[in-house]
Every structure is written in structure tokens, then in C-alpha cells.
Design a protein around this ligand. Structure first.
Ligand code: IPM
Ligand code: MG
Length: 369
């Protein structure tokens, strides 16, 4: 088959990690007889530099015309980059939010899984890690605070900023259903995370999740307050299977979950709508501090490409092959700097490699079945 992939290399480490994911796709194509035709789409800071805005209508149309979109990362250093002296709606992140909304990508899946081989990189105590953990964060992606009306104004001489957090029952229901559907294919447990002791939007969230839960009698459903969840993620991450939550809570908790898996450089993500289309991106950011140094971990992006094959193209065998190759490279003791063991004496047991080498090592390990 021939697949048309929109590629957003973006900013910072984006182009470096995307180059490795493309190499992996080419290898999969050669081994399994597919072609992945990649077309670059401008978004983020690089789009601002080229055309003055972070996302053009033409770029949205390009994304819509693709079978799926693979993205690196966008944005820069918020303290120093000139992009952050622009109006908020002209900054790099505004492009990503607009693209998510335009494509109706309401369901964001962020798997957080501790590789056996990376236990040494996990900052948690051994007794907490136990046999490891494997959870899926299901984040609502097109509602809530990130999309509500906002303004900054002077009221009686006092500068005041306002952001609004709105959810309607339909938005909650459709993401909750996705969460329970995913749980059915996993360990059948949903932890719905909210702040129902304070927020109206969370009280509605809890009510609708309860209703949806009744349609899935085989799935156990519990509710957890977001502050408690932040604590439980480091206290006992094994308890989680699917974490179902709203936009901002999911943004924060998924970064935390990625760190307990060893590194944000390992965490892939898929943003899906009601069709087979999806946007696939590493959960981490553009890491401007290490951009261009050739040390960024490309694994999250490579695993995002695997998710693309699985969810948008139904190429399960091929996705399995990528995941197995990543695992094999780790088993063969290759590590990028972010997943090096924490203890000095264990460092000599592994080989530290850069972005390109890690990509090559994974490519080499994709063999004909
Ligand atoms: C993420 C990022 C984005 C978000 C930013 C870049 C707008 O942090 O994908 O988690 O908050 O959704
Ligand atoms: Mg984030």
C-alpha cells in the first residue's frame, strides 16, 4: 500500500527526531512492501519565521489531505526566543492547538510503560517499581481551559487575566467512551481524574463518566482527585491502567507519568478524531537546550510512528516490528543520554549513543519476519 503522511518536523529537536522516524518508516516500507510518501507541513516557530504565522490555512488543508500526520515538536525557549514576544495567538503553540481543533482531535492517547531494560533509569525506588507498570493516559484534547475564552484587561486600574474552563456533556461522553473502549482491550480499569471537590466542570465530568461506566460492566471505574493522582503516580504507579482526564490535568499528569517511566524521550502519543485519521507526536517538547547537539532521544517519535501504523493504517504487524526493534536496541544496552542509568557503576554496562546512532540501531533491528 501507499500511504500519504504529512510530516511536521517543527522546531528544536523536532527535525532531528523526525529524521530518525522517517528512516524507520522507510525500512518498514522496504521490508513489508509499503511506501510512505512524506510531505512536509510547516507549523510552529519555523512557520512563523517563514510566513509570519504558526499555522496557515494551506497547512491545515495539507494535514487534512494526508492519511495521517507525524509530528516532531514545536516551540522554543519561552524566555529568550523572539517567538514569545508575539501576540499569544501568533506563537508556536497556538498553531498546534489550532491544528488539533481544526482536525477535531479530541482523544489523546499517551501510553506510559516501564521497559524492563530501563528500570535503572527510573527515578523511583525499587520496591515501588516492582514488576514495572503500564498505563495509558487518555487526555481530552479539544476542550477545557486551553480552548476557553480568555482575556487580559485592566479593571479599575488593576491588570486582570481570565481563562475559562468549559465542558459540555457530549465532549465528556465521547472521550469517556474512548477511554472505556481502550480499557476493554487492556486490564479493564479506568481511573477518571477530576477536581470534583471544587470545580463544576469536574462534577459534570464525574456524572457523565458514571453514566458511561454503566455501559461497560466489565470495566471497573474509580474516581480520583487530580492532586491525589499526582501523588499516587509516584507512590504506586502500578495501580493505574487507563487514566481518563480533561485537557489540562492530562497535560500535566502525562509529563509526570513519562518521568516515572525513565524519560519523556520514551513517551509516544496519538491524537485521534472519529475517523482513522490521527496526529502522532512524542509527548515531550522541542527541548531547545539540546537542539542541534545530536543527543535527543528519537524513541518517542519512532514509537509514535508505530502508533500511526497501528491506529491509522491498521498495520499491526509492522507496528509490532518497530516496537520489538526498540526493545531489542535497549536489550542490547544502547542508551541515549536521557535514559542512562542513574548510578555511576551501572553506566559502564551500557553504551551511550546519539540521536542518529539510536535511529540506525533500531532500523538494523527491523528484519524480514
Ligand atoms: C503537549 C504540549 C502542548 C499542550 C503545548 C505545546 C501546547 O505541552 O502536547 O502536552 O499543552 O498540549
Ligand atoms: Mg504538555
Amino acid at each position: 500500500m501507499n500511504y500519504h503522511v504529512g510530516v511536521i518536523s517543527g522546531d528544536g529537536i523536532g527535525p532531528e527526531i523526525i529524521a530518525e522516524a522517517k528512516k524507520v518508516l522507510d525500512r518498514i516500507g522496504a521490508v513489508y512492501g509499503h511506501t510512505f510518501e512524506c510531505e512536509e507541513i510547516l507549523m510552529g516557530g519555523c512557520s512563523i519565521d517563514a510566513v509570519g504565522v504558526p499555522l496557515t490555512e494551506a497547512a491545515i488543508a495539507q494535514a487534512k489531505a494526508s492519511d495521517a500526520v507525524l509530528m516532531g515538536s514545536i516551540g522554543g525557549n519561552t524566555a529568550t526566543s523572539p517567538w514569545y514576544r508575539l501576540e499569544p495567538q501568533l506563537r508556536p503553540e497556538a498553531g498546534l492547538l489550532k491544528l488539533r481543533k481544526s482536525l477535531n482531535l479530541f482523544a489523546n492517547l499517551r501510553p506510559a510503560y516501564l521497559y524492563e531494560e530501563l528500570k535503572e533509569a527510573c527515578p523511583l525506588r525499587e520496591d515501588i517499581i516492582g514488576d514495572g507498570f503500564d498505563m495509558m493516559i487518555m487526555r481530552e484534547l479539544t476542550g477545557g481551559l486551553y480552548f476557553g475564552a480568555r482575556k487580559t484587561e485592566e479593571i479599575d486600574g488593576v491588570v486582570t487575566a481570565e481563562d475559562t474552563l468549559t465542558y459540555n456533556e457530549n465532549e465528556i461522553r465521547r472521550i469517556a467512551k474512548r477511554g472505556f473502549d481502550i480499557a476493554m482491550k487492556r486490564r479493564r480499569k479506568v481511573t477518571s481524574v477530576d477536581k470534583a471537590n471544587v470545580l463544576d466542570s469536574s462534577r459534570l465530568w464525574r456524572k457523565i463518566v458514571e453514566e458511561v461506566a454503566k455501559e461497560y460492566p466489565e470495566v471497573s471505574c474509580e474516581h480520583m482527585l487530580v492532586d491525589n493522582c499526582a501523588m499516587q503516580l509516584v507512590k504506586d504507579p502500578k495501580q493505574f491502567d487507563v487514566i481518563l482526564t480533561e485537557n489540562m490535568f492530562g497535560d500535566i499528569l502525562s509529563d509526570e507519568a513519562s518521568m516515572v517511566t525513565g524519560s519523556i524521550g520514551m513517551l509516544s502519543s496519538a491524537s485521534l478524531n472519529d475517523t482513522k485519521f490521527g496526529l502522532y507526536e512524542p509527548s515531550g517538547g522541542s527541548a531547545p537546550d539540546i537542539a542541534g547537539k545530536g543527543i535527543a532521544n528519537p524513541i518517542a517519535t519512532i514509537l509514535s510512528a508505530a502508533m500511526m501504523l497501528r491506529y491509522s493504517f491498521d498495520l499491526d504487524k509492522e507496528a509490532d516490528a518497530i516496537e520489538a526493534a526498540v526493545k531489542q536496541a535497549l536489550q542490547d544496552n544502547y542508551r541515549t543520554i536521557d535514559i542512562m542509568p542513574q548510578e555511576e557503576e551501572k553506566k559502564s554496562l551500557v553504551t551511550q549513543v546519539g540521536t542518529k546512532e539510536m535511529g540506525d540501531l533500531i532500523v538494523e533491528r527491523i528484519q524480514k519476519p
